[in-house]
Write a protein that binds this ligand. Structure first.
Ligand code: B3K
Ligand code: ZN
Length: 841
């Protein structure tokens, strides 16, 4: 396969002035007529007229009304064209019914829908399918469907047809079309500029009852973006469509967002509190893209973080405002360490702005998204909230309607603040997680911190240079009182010292407050004191986490008993009724097994998955023992009387109640969980109880009951599939997953169901790494089977193997064998080939 380089960017030789598309929908033979006005691009030198096109049957082509015979390959066409503006017309035939890759125009549950980002529009018609080519679109859809949707505003419609016009110039990746027998859940919104917007959420019949929450989240997002970023919506309609078969969460097509049903449909009976929070965040994320992504888009796909990092950052600000900021921050850091650090410390490491790729879909990664958002958070920390706001206003003002680069983005910060961001820019070009090691000295009433940064070299960045790292620091005295409020230290050198004078006793340092930079901190902090007293809620939680990690590591490698200081410290925090229940629930969490494996690997040990699993079980037993007198009361005090609401307050109560239930189950064998299961009236309570029952070894009856109750609800059944694998004992995980793949409802072509089952196996650390290699083999079998059907989802799931070099020789060779087996599959997709090659090397 061909490698594309950032350094090779050149503009397209032609501008597109307008696009007119006509669709005659038919499942296996849809006709797409395109009329496109091109004119030579004065900024370009290369005038090769190449239009992308894949899986298209060209029926006719004309230039200014005259038939032409373009040269067609499997990737597109070239044609001789005039050197003055001209009109290109083409007619192609496509086969949506056969499109199982879910990219381009495809069918899902009887409806038509599209997914064009990154390069799917070329599967719809011949076009310069690149984000820097922007145009207005007018779309006519002919088809026997009650609902016919495209981007922009409705121009007119009649029986069997509709015409849409999007006045905003956009790249083709934001094109969308939907047709089907759908029900609309409607509302309206009036912008701060006084314009009325018709909102609709379109769903399949039967899902009408799951729309209200998503609609409210949309309106909340619209208000928030006006209030916080001064950005108003800019069309007469905003439509969202829920689709069952979708490769990722959702897509921000202009005026017509398309969502994986799992990322928008919600009801108390069928969705957990976590589902509600995720849905609210994804709706916000896609809505926020209207300004950060759509109005200002990317020049090329290397700039993906320009829209994704910024939009993730914005949606995290939104969630912090809607819910609890510390709880959101802790959740984000857990996720960052679980997914992004793993990527950054393995063979898939790449910079936030990659410099080459074979298949761009493989770069919608935690690094581009989540580390991309962290980089923006650091920028804001460095320049301050006011300057950040000025820079953003300048960004929207200067670049509205343009396709931009990271250089453009950093330039507005330089212009708004007068700062030189040359060194800061390395965050965009260097791969790898920096390590920040800190030592302290105390002399003559002066407390000094010396910080040393080191980024381990990787294939992607063999010679990392020092970064600009904002390190938020506070100091406490022996009584736990804060003697220095949070200050942001700017670390720019490989080693740098910061002195704090006037401390009559040696203070306790709280370093990297609120996780002010995405680094691995190495500091021998007084975690017990910080767990008891830190005023920074993130670092207080982090101290508990650090104690848990140290205790677990010792248990794994030396077989030592759980650390009593940790257990007592957590117990004290849990008893503090002044603390937010959601925060206390997080305090009961333990580092993930994969995170423990990573930590062992980092210090040169070979992780043993079973030993890790056993240590975590031992720690949970110890927590249950330590808290045995507290748990019944803790559980009882966090039950909710009255109507369910998916808000942060109730969700936090349930999170703590269910964390208590989970430990209580270790003491009562599941009696309380059974009672909760039997009386549950919402999915959060039902699913939490079911998980406890499975773990207690008495889940069979409840699992059968759950299946009977929910067999007709696709999204709930995904939970049923996933939970059984996720909660299986290590010895049973592979067999459980295998048995579920034989279940009549295992529709493996549906990405949600495939991920629920095999993704859950990959996420089951000790189960996936079963010593006999059966977990690796089962996943590889299914990836090989899925690849010809859906390369994108297959490639994404290959990342389960990215940590293979952490493990012992036997496991390494078992995984290498499966990687090689996948790699040698005939006609393997470009997507999967690239992933396997990068992982294996
Ligand atoms: N921009 C889309 C992701 C498209 C993924 C293409 N493989 C969703 C989002 O980030 O909002
Ligand atoms: Zn996005």
């Amino acid at each position: 396969p061909q490698t594309i380089y950032l350094a090779d960017y050149t503009p397209f030789g032609f501008d597109v002035d307008e696009v007119h598309l006509t669709f005659d929908l038919a499942p296996s033979a849809t006709h797409v007529r395109a009329r496109i006005r091109f004119s030579p691009n004065p900024d370009a030198t290369d005038r090769t007229f190449f239009l992308h096109g894949e899986n298209l049957t060209l029926l006719s082509a004309k230039i200014d009304g005259e038939t032409v015979k373009p040269k067609v390959t499997s990737e597109g066409l070239t044609c001789d064209v005039p050197s003055i503006p001209f009109t290109w017309e083409s007619l192609v035939q496509i086969d949506p019914a056969a499109n199982t890759a879910l990219e381009g125009l495809y069918q899902s549950g009887g409806m038509y829908c599209t997914q064009c980002e990154a390069e799917g529009f070329r599967k719809i018609t011949y076009y310069p399918d690149r984000p820097d080519v922007m145009s207005t679109f007018t779309v006519r859809i002919n088809g026997p469907h009650p609902v016919l949707l495209s981007n922009g505003n409705l121009v007119s419609s009649g029986d069997g047809w509709a015409e849409w016009h999007d006045p905003w110039r956009k790249p083709a990746y934001l094109f969308a079309l939907v047709a089907g027998d759908l029900i609309a859940h409607r509302d309206t919104f009036t912008t701060m500029e006084g314009r009325k917007v018709d909102l609709a959420l379109y769903v399949r019949p039967g899902d009408e009852g799951k729309c209200a929450f998503g609609m409210q989240a949309l309106k909340d997002s619209m208000v928030w973006d006006e209030k916080v970023y001064g950005r108003a919506y800019d069309l007469e309609v905003f439509n969202i469509v829920a689709v069952d078969d979708f490769n990722m969460g959702a897509m921000e097509n202009k005026g017509l967002n398309i969502f994986n049903a799992s990322a928008v449909l919600a009801s108390p009976e069928t969705s957990t509190d976590m589902n509600f929070e995720r849905i609210e965040a994804i709706i916000a994320h896609e809505y926020f893209h209207n300004w950060t992504g759509n109005r200002i888009t990317c020049r090329d796909w290397f700039q993906l973080c320009l829209k994704e990092g910024l939009t993730v950052y914005r949606d995290s600000q939104f969630t912090s405002d809607m819910r609890s900021a510390p709880v959101k921050r802790i959740g984000d850091v857990i996720d960052l360490r679980g997914r992004q650090f793993t990527e950054d410390q393995g063979p898939l490491a790449h910079p936030v702005r990659p410099e080459s790729f074979q298949e761009i879909n493989n770069f919608y990664t935690a690094t581009v998204y989540e580390k991309g958002a962290e980089v923006i958070g650091m920028l804001r920390t460095l320049v301050g909230a006011d300057a950040y706001k000025r820079a953003l206003d300048m960004y929207f003002d200067r670049h509205d309607g343009q396709a931009c680069t990271i250089e453009d983005w950093l330039q507005v910060f330089e212009d708004a603040t007068g700062r030189d961001l040359t060194q800061f820019k390395r965050w965009y070009s260097q791969a790898g997680t920096p390590h920040l090691s800190v030592t302290e000295t105390y002399k003559n009433a002066t407390y000094t911190l010396t910080l040393t940064q080191h980024t381990p070299p990787s294939a992607a960045t063999p010679d990392p240079q020092p970064l600009v790292i904002p390190v938020a620091v506070g100091l406490l005295d022996a009584s736990g009182a804060e003697v220095m409020e949070t200050q942001v230290l700017e670390v720019t050198d490989a080693t740098q010292s910061f002195a704090f004078a006037g401390h009559s006793e040696k203070p306790t340092a709280s370093i990297l407050r609120n996780f002010s930079a995405p680094v691995v901190l190495e500091f021998d902090a007084d975690h017990a004191a910080l767990l008891a007293h830190d005023t920074d809620p993130f670092n207080r939680w982090e101290s508990g986490r650090a104690l848990a990690l140290a205790s677990l590591m010792a248990a794994i490698t030396k077989g030592t008993a759980p650390d009593a200081d940790y257990l007592q410290g957590i117990a004290t925090v849990l008893r503090d009724e002044s603390l937010d229940p959601a925060y206390r629930a997080l305090m009961l969490g333990l580092p993930g097994q994969s995170e423990l494996a990573a930590a062992l690997h980092r210090r040169g040990d070979t992780p043993d998955p079973q030993a890790i699993y056993d240590a975590v079980q031992g720690m949970k037993d110890a927590l249950a023992q330590t808290l045995q007198d507290d748990l019944p009361g803790l559980y009882a005090r966090h039950q909710i009387e009255g109507a369910y609401a998916p808000d942060a307050e109730q969700a936090g109560m349930r999170a703590l109640g269910n964390a208590a239930l989970s430990l209580l189950t270790r003491l009562d064998g599941g009696d309380t969980a059974q009672a909760q299961y039997d009386s549950a009236t919402n999915m959060t309570q039902q699913l939490a109880a079911l998980a406890c029952l499975i773990r207690a070894g008495r889940g069979d009856a409840a699992l059968a009951d759950f299946e009977a109750q929910w067999k007709d609800d696709r999204l709930v059944m995904d939970k049923w599939f996933g939970l059984q694998v996720g909660e299986a004992k290590p010895d049973d995980a592979v067999d459980t997953a295998k048995a579920l793949t034989r279940h009549s409802d295992f529709n493996w072509k549906n990405p949600n169901r495939f991920r629920a089952t095999l993704g859950a196996l990959a996420a089951h650390h000790a189960g996936f790494h079963a010593a006999d290699g059966s977990g690796y083999a089962l996943l590889a079998d299914w990836l090989i089977k899925l690849d010809p059907v859906n390369p994108q989802t297959t490639a994404r799931m290959c990342s389960a193997f990215q940590t293979w070099r952490r493990y012992d020789q036997i496991r390494q060779s078992l995984m290498a064998k499966e990687l090689d087996r996948i790699a040698s599959t005939p006609n393997l997709s470009r997507d999967t080939t690239e992933m396997i090659t990068r992982i294996r090397n």
